[in-house]
Design a protein around this ligand. Structure first.
Ligand SMILES: C[S@@+](CC[C@H](N)C(=O)[O-])C[C@H]1O[C@@H](n2cnc3c(N)ncnc32)[C@H](O)[C@@H]1O
Length: 253
């Protein structure tokens, strides 16, 4: 594997927390992708993490090949009889030419060497095959508590994000995407979370991990203490929403 090891490092640990706290996707997302794909035989989910999207894809596709460079993520991945997990890079997909109906990367493409990944997409996609880059952006709370979350995200934590985060914040709009674009419906991830679920999720962010590495955990602890004060009862559930962004296209052969 040829990736920059500092990029891979963000996900080499913490697979269990990722599996526990990261949200999954709305089923309508997979419905829309399955409707665009030329068939539902094989979906390839690269940068699959702990299988958040792979498990949904397995409900619509006969076979899902899900791969990631992080063993920690794969060790915590959702098991499913139609998913085969592989430890490999998005830039070297271990399936034959023309086999895939759909190649998808969820919240992952901003880490890839896109030129090498797109070469692989063209190789593995079958006739009429579809490639989809999916990301979910900065969440907001449907509550006055949102002010605290946004202040922490944009003012305190922001300098600690790796530069690749820019592409998530801008909905992947500036990523090169040399494919015939396909329309997708507007989609949102919606959950209702208690205090523990929100703080657990925030600790899975690359920026939070960087705070810990730099012995700056106090910033995180201060925010968690403030949030606990304003939240009221910790078990109280607050609606949280992530807008989902896409670059979806048809792969020309
Ligand atoms: C933010 S996680 C997204 C995981 C999952 N797809 C999701 O939607 O929650 C990004 C994942 O991409 C993986 N990754 C980063 N660079 C990669 C590469 N070049 N090839 C394959 N996986 C990669 C990381 O190990 C990590 O598991």
């Amino acid at each position: 594997m040829t990736q920059d090891p500092t990029k891979q490092g963000h996900f080499q640990r913490g697979g269990a927390e990722y599996a526990r706290y990261r949200p999954s996707y709305p089923p309508e997302l997979v419905d829309a992708l399955a409707a665009l794909a030329p068939g539902c035989n094989l979906a390839v989910d690269v940068g699959c993490g702990s299988g958040q999207l792979s498990a949904l894809l397995a409900e619509r596709f006969e076979r899902v090949v899900a791969s990631d460079v992080s063993e920690s993520q794969l060790a915590n991945a959702i098991a499913h009889p139609r998913i085969s997990y592989r430890h490999e890079a998005a830039e070297a997909i271990g399936i034959g030419a023309g086999e895939a109906d759909l190649v998808v990367a969820a919240q992952a493409a901003h880490w890839f060497d896109l030129g090498a990944f797109y070469r692989e997409v063209r190789r593995v996609a079958g006739e009429g095959g579809v490639v989809a880059l999916i990301s979910y952006g900065v969440p907001y709370l449907e509550s006055p508590l949102n002010v605290w979350l946004q202040r922490f995200y944009w003012q305190e934590l922001h300098p600690f994000w790796p530069p690749e985060r820019y592409h998530v914040e801008t909905g992947y709009n500036d990523l090169p995407f040399p494919f015939e674009p396909l329309e997708m419906p507007a989609l949102f991830i919606r959950r209702s979370w208690n205090l523990h679920e929100l703080t657990g999720y925030i600790r899975t962010w690359s920026a939070s991990k960087r705070l810990l590495e730099q012995q700056r955990e106090a910033l995180l602890l201060d925010f968690e203490a403030t949030l606990a004060e304003v939240w009221g009862t910790p078990a109280e559930q607050v609606p949280i929403v992530w807008p989902v962004s896409f670059r979806v296209g048809r792969v020309a052969k």
